[in-house]
Design a protein around this ligand. Structure first.
Ligand code: NAD
Length: 503
């Protein structure tokens, strides 16, 4: 039975039609057992629609399609320039439907519509960026000896899997599929079960752009079933994953049987250090953004904030006033909203549980710390922007990733000590330093153990620049040219120029 299409009426007046099935070989198909799951609007807790839920058998169908397209299909003969054209066309199509896709993503995730507009803008720019790269990533000739000609070429890896989270659904898709397709791989995408809708919309744009059947396949479904089946599949040569550290470890383990390549963008608990000579209005702006943007559901969320003791009291006072003015909680489609609902009931309960943990551990509640009082109809996963102070390094709120609008302030007096505390974590994704002293800024950034450091800003990343972590925050780099290296194989060819005859 063909899977149904649904027409969704979005609160901002937009209407969008999507197919709810699995997208395999450029066709819409139902899950083998016809199982479905619900997509929920986190602001109302109401079901938006029901989506086909892929089983391991369905994932196998998608992998077979991707394998056939890679090994026998027309994709093999599509050169870099043509692949680039397809990606550029895709970028144009996403741009043409910018508002519709942003509306769908806001509805599905609770992300504010204005944030979703920025995200989708990045999506089409990422596809355009990797479209530009598709015929510009190649090997070298390497001089060795006169009687040898030695060179390297870049080859695709083959069938690749992409497993994405719910906090930046389509950006993550573009950062994985953009470079994978530019390099000539075929792909199976498994979006998060909490944000399945925008990928379904994108599926039809791949067809419109002219991608041949089997090159991109999209299977929504549960992580433990569909995600695990993809990670274990022997015909999948690489998994590119963004999500929690715990799942990243499972994916590494699942891929080890066939020595799959993995690139993992996982969790974080990023520190910010605000020195006493910092430009305070600038620090307030970025610290605020680093805690509360996207409801704090950002892997690089700078949620541990170390403030020099000389400015601590004044900073806290000004930060509370800043938050009161800017952190307006509400429905994701209201223009004034900055903090929308959290993604799910589980995430809502989790953040509120950390409020209790913080109180039990003796941290001081500075602001927020509860359910947002004016929830429309008493529904929705809205949590007040929350801030705790006087935190100690050994507290759970200082060590564990909370993934909500939840900041933790600490007082420090000594630079060596604060760097040591900032580095004392299993994570190493990002960090930030605020100071007007350029030498101090650079020295401290060199000593912070993280894949990325911001000086005088926070969460200020860019798709043209390598993105990724160290320690348990991940393996590999997304974005920029690095992503092309992650998505291709370097093959070496030795040509012997000297024929010998020892007969
Ligand atoms: P998650 O790990 O629960 O899920 C991520 C994806 O993995 C989903 O598609 C899920 O279905 C799938 N999955 C779950 N179990 C699986 C399994 N056993 N095998 C294969 N796939 C499986 O993470 P989440 O809750 O969606 O996202 C939040 C986490 O993602 C946070 O920890 C956050 O820090 C991290 N994140 C990291 C980055 C980064 O770039 N470093 C970016 C965004 C989010």
């Amino acid at each position: 039975m063909a899977p149904p299409t649904v027409t969704l009426k979005i609160p901002n007046g937009k209407e969008v039609t999507i197919n709810t099935g699995l997208f395999i070989n450029n066709e819409w198909v139902s899950a083998k057992n016809d199982e479905k799951f619900a997509s929920i609007n986190p602001a109302t807790e109401e079901e938006i629609c029901r989506i086909s839920k892929a089983s391991a058998e369905d994932v196998d169908r998608a992998v077979s399609a991707a394998k056939a397209a890679y090994e026998n299909g027309p994709w093999r003969d599509v050169d870099g320039t043509q692949r680039g054209r397809l990606l550029l066309k895709l970028a144009d199509l996403v741009e043409a439907d910018h508002e519709i896709i942003a509306s769908l993503e806001a509805l599905d995730t609770g992300k504010t519509f204005s944030k979703a507009m920025k995200d989708i803008h990045e999506v089409f720019e990422v596809f355009r960026y990797y479209g530009g790269w598709a015929d510009k990533h190649y090997g070298q000739t390497i001089e060795t000896a006169k009687n040898k000609f030695t060179y390297t070429i870049r080859e695709p890896i083959g069938v690749t899997g992409a497993i994405t989270p719910w906090n930046y659904p389509l950006i993550m898709v573009s950062l994985k599929l953009g470079p994978a397709l530019a390099c000539g791989n075929t792909c199976i995408l498994k979006p998060s079960e909490f944000s399945p809708l925008s990928a379904l919309y994108l599926a039809n744009l791949f067809v419109k752009a002219g991608f041949p059947p089997g090159v991109v396949n999209i299977v929504n479904g549960d992580g433990r079933e569909a995600g695990a089946a993809l990670s274990e599949h022997p015909d999948v040569a690489k998994i590119s994953f963004t999500g929690s550290t715990a799942t990243g470890k499972l994916i590494m383990k699942a891929g080890s049987a066939t020595m799959k390549r993995v690139s993992l963008e996982t969790g974080g608990k990023s520190p910010v250090i605000v020195f006493d000579d910092a430009d305070i209005p600038n620090a307030l702006k970025w610290v605020y953004y680093g805690i509360y943007a996207n409801q704090g559901q950002i892997c690089t969320s700078t949620a541990r904030i170390y403030i020099h003791e000389k400015i601590y009291d004044d900073f806290v006072k000004r930060f509370v006033a800043y938050t009161k003015k800017h952190a307006i909680v509400g429905d994701q489609f209201k223009e004034e909203t900055f903090v929308g609902p959290l993604i799910s009931k589980a995430q809502f309960d989790r953040v509120l549980n950390y409020v209790q943990i913080a109180k039990d551990e003796g941290a001081t509640l500075i602001s927020g710390g509860g359910v947002f009082a004016d929830r429309p109809g008493g529904k929705g996963y809205f949590v007040q922007p929350t801030l705790f102070g006087d935190a100690k390094p050994e507290m759970r709120i200082s060590k564990e990733e909370i993934f909500g609008p939840f900041g933790v302030f600490f007082k420090f007096s000594n630079t060596d000590e604060v760097i040591k505390i900032a580095n004392n974590t299993k994570y190493g994704l990002s960090s930030a330093v605020f100071t007007k002293d350029v030498v101090r800024a650079i020295r401290v950034s060199q000593r912070l153990q993280s894949g990325m450091v911001w000086i005088n800003s926070s969460n200020n990343s860019d798709y043209r620049v390598p993105f990724g972590g160290i320690k348990e925050s991940g393996i590999g780099r997304e974005c920029g040219e690095s992503a092309l290296e992650e998505n291709s194989i370097l093959k070496t060819i030795y040509l012997n120029l000297e024929m010998t005859n020892d007969e």
